[in-house]
Every structure is written in structure tokens, then in C-alpha cells.
Design a protein around this ligand. Structure first.
Ligand code: ATP
Ligand code: BTN
Length: 262
């Protein structure tokens, strides 16, 4: 893949500048640096290979040349969107989930609150949104998305905190990597028109895995059990405890697991 070829493939989406690199430590890190130059909205950075891809808390994200899709999109959230900034990761997750649906998987495409995309209960995509601030003003948002396409995209099982899979094992025929990228970007741009309305939230909620099931919410060593009863309008996870008490957990700070997975 060459930069010009990729830009041509994505031509109809009216993106900003498109940059392609054979190898980068992390597309998010480079996109955050790029933000200081104020690139156009929907400027895109794609890497064939990431050597230091990361998720939250600098946890490592495994990506392999030829097998992984790794990219970061530059977004300038409006004031209304800034009020619900963490929900951008839900927007990205829904864009990925809808893209996978269009390739007609035989297995369910779900979202593990708030933003992990699951195929048949296994994680096939990770999303990390990182904001850049100038004093207390938002300079921009980097939406980083990784998708496991081929078998080599999977890390060793011992590195996984949650079961993982790749599109090659779940979709027949497996879609072409750049077609997946095109679908995700098209969906992201389309969904942004209804973001963050109740319609958007209902589409995201309809995909949530483990809803109405017993789950454990972890924040570091602190674990809380209950029934995942729904989400608040700001995306918070609502947990119903045996005592009848309802707790709200904010996006970004905690991890969700089904109760019987520990
Ligand atoms: P949580 O499930 O606790 O909410 P998370 O899904 O948001 O966490 P991060 O904390 O962002 O995940 O960290 C990424 C995690 O994804 C790593 O800890 C690792 O277990 C897992 N991982 C790394 N590479 C891959 C991959 N290619 N496919 C699936 N999972 C991966
Ligand atoms: C997660 O698993 O929750 C987050 C993983 C995010 C990985 C993507 S790959 C493209 C971008 N660059 C990174 O370093 N991280 C994100």
C-alpha cells in the first residue's frame, strides 16, 4: 500500500489529509503530535505496523504487519460534543460494529461497554480516544482504532485480559483490510450526524454485551458485583446491586467482565 493509493481508495469520504507509514511506534502518539500543526478535521494516519501500540493505562496493543488494521483519525469536537467527550469511544465502537455487520458475520457483533467490539464474545477491535488540551481548551481529539484482521494480529494468549479473535476466523470470506477501514470511516462520519442524540445512544445500547447479566466492575483492585441494568444518557454504566442500590460507573475508569469469568 502506498499513501497515494490509500488516499485514492478513501477519496469519496472527503477526509482531511491521509498519511500512511510502514512502521510507527503508535498511530495515536503520532496523531497527537500532528494535532499541534492543526491538520484538517478527519485527517487520517494509518500504519502498516505499530511497535508500541497502546490501550488505556499504557497497556500494550499488539499489531502485526499485514494482519492488523491500525489507524488514528483527527476530530475537532463541537461544544455540544465536548460535553460528552468520552462517548466518542462509543461512537467509534458502533462504527466498527456496523462495519463488521455489513460483512455478514455468522456470529453476533456486540460491544463490551463502553468500546470493545466483540465477535462471538471475543474482542476483535480496540479503541483508544485521546484528547489534546491547551490549558483548559480542547485542541482536538485523536480516535485510535485497531482491528484484528488476520491470525497474526492476535497477541499470545498469555497477554490477553479478555478472549480475542480476528476477522479471518469469524467472517467468510474475510474482508479486505482497506475495505474494512473504508466502512469504519464511512460509518463514523455518518453516525456523527446523530451523535450524541438519544437515537445514537439507543443504537449503541442495543449492541451492549452482558446487558441484564451479572457482571464485575473493576477499578484497580476494587471490584463491585451486580446486574448490568443499562446506561445513563452520558454513557455511564448502571449497576444494580442485590441491596437494591443502583451505582453509576463513568466511561473510561473501569473494566467490565461477566461475573463467571474471574
Ligand atoms: P478493559 O477490558 O479492562 O476495559 P480494555 O479492553 O479497554 O480494558 P486496554 O486497557 O485499553 O483494554 O488495554 C488493551 C488490552 O487489550 C491489553 O491489556 C491486552 O490484554 C489486550 N490486547 C492487546 N492486543 C490485542 C489484540 N490485538 N487483540 C485483542 N486484545 C488485545
Ligand atoms: C483497547 O484495547 O481498549 C485499546 C486499543 C487501541 C489500539 C489502537 S491501534 C491504533 C491506535 N494506536 C494506538 O497506539 N492505539 C490505538
Amino acid at each position: 500500500m502506498q499513501q497515494e493509493e490509500l488516499a485514492h481508495l478513501l477519496d469519496d469520504l472527503l477526509l482531511g489529509e491521509v498519511r500512511f507509514f510502514c512502521e510507527l511506534p503508535s498511530t495515536n502518539t503520532s496523531a497527537l503530535e500532528w494535532l499541534s500543526k492543526k491538520p484538517m478535521e478527519y485527517s487520517l494516519l494509518v500504519a502498516e505496523q505499530q511497535t508500541a501500540g497502546h490501550g488505556r493505562l499504557q497497556r500494550s496493543w499488539h499489531a502485526a504487519a499485514g494482519a492488523s488494521l491500525s489507524f488514528s483519525l483527527i476530530v475537532y469536537p463541537t461544544p455540544i460534543e465536548q460535553a460528552v467527550l468520552p462517548l466518542f469511544s462509543a461512537l467509534a465502537a458502533l462504527a466498527v460494529a456496523q462495519a463488521l455487520d455489513s460483512f455478514q458475520p455468522t456470529k453476533a457483533v456486540q460491544i463490551k461497554w463502553p468500546n470493545d467490539v466483540l465477535l462471538d464474545g471475543r474482542k476483535c477491535s480496540g479503541i483508544l480516544c485521546e484528547a489534546a488540551w491547551q490549558a483548559d481548551r480542547l485542541a482536538g481529539l485523536v480516535v485510535g482504532i485497531g482491528v484484528n484482521i488476520g491470525k497474526h494480529s492476535l497477541p499470545p494468549a498469555s497477554d490477553l485480559l479478555f478472549p480475542a479473535t480476528c476477522l479471518q476466523d469469524m467472517l467468510d470470506p474475510p474482508p479486505e483490510r482497506w475495505e474494512v477501514l473504508h466502512h469504519i470511516l464511512r460509518n463514523f462520519i455518518g453516525l456523527r450526524e446523530i451523535f450524541p442524540t438519544p437515537l445514537f445512544l439507543s443504537q449503541w445500547q442495543a449492541r451492549l454485551a452482558f446487558l441484564h447479566q451479572a457482571v464485575t466492575i473493576s477499578n484497580g483492585d476494587q471490584k463491585t458485583e451486580g446486574i448490568f441494568s443499562g446506561t445513563a444518557p452520558n454513557g455511564d454504566l448502571l449497576l444494580q446491586q442485590k441491596s437494591g442500590r443502583q451505582l453509576a460507573f463513568p466511561l473510561g475508569d473501569v473494566s467490565l467482565r461477566p461475573l463467571d469469568s474471574d
